[in-house]
Design a protein around this ligand. Structure first.
Ligand code: CDP
Ligand code: MG
Length: 139
């Protein structure tokens, strides 16, 4: 059964381009509530840990260096059917293929610098949320 929690990061390109407010507004308008939020920066080590599942992929080293290149915003979100609805809201990984009106179509620069992360399962939403937040920081 689907839980009601997902996890997102506003990636370094979104922060650099001053899209924090615009992206959070889209997320709120789509019915998500913020449960925890943190402006922070990943080191190459922590970015590598976060994306360890992609360690064998050809884009991994570039991704780790990109994700540690500037500050990010980590957010736990709540909504019914959160994981699937959030993936619909952000659109395809490659912004050139993302449906019109999705966050990546509106705000992403490239397949790597694609504005936002979105968890791909309830299990990973829980793992990714606890990567950044303790239980006491989630409201
Ligand atoms: O983020 P999403 O779940 O849509 O895609 P992913 O396949 O889990 O890949 C994680 C991240 O790696 C993407 O969001 C991109 O930032 C990056 N990536 C990339 O740089 N080049 C690719 N060909 C695929 C993904
Ligand atoms: Mg993914």
């Amino acid at each position: 059964m689907a839980t009601n929690i997902t996890f997102t990061m506003l990636k370094p390109d979104a922060v650099e381009n001053n899209y924090i407010g615009a992206i959070l507004q889209k997320i709120n308008e789509a019915g998500f509530r913020v449960k925890a939020m943190k402006y922070t920066r990943l080191s190459t080590e922590t970015a590598g840990q976060f994306y360890a599942v992609h360690a064998a992929r050809p884009f991994y080293n570039d991704l780790v260096s990109y994700m540690s290149s500037g500050p990010i915003v980590a957010v736990i979100l709540e909504k019914e059917n959160a994981v699937a609805d959030f993936r619909d809201l952000i659109g395809a990984t490659d912004p050139a293929k993302a449906a019109p009106g999705t966050i990546r179509a509106l705000f992403a620069k490239s397949i790597e610098a694609n504005a936002v992360h979105g968890s791909d399962s309830d299990e990973n939403a829980a793992i990714e949320g606890s990567f950044f937040f303790s239980a006491l920081e989630q409201f």
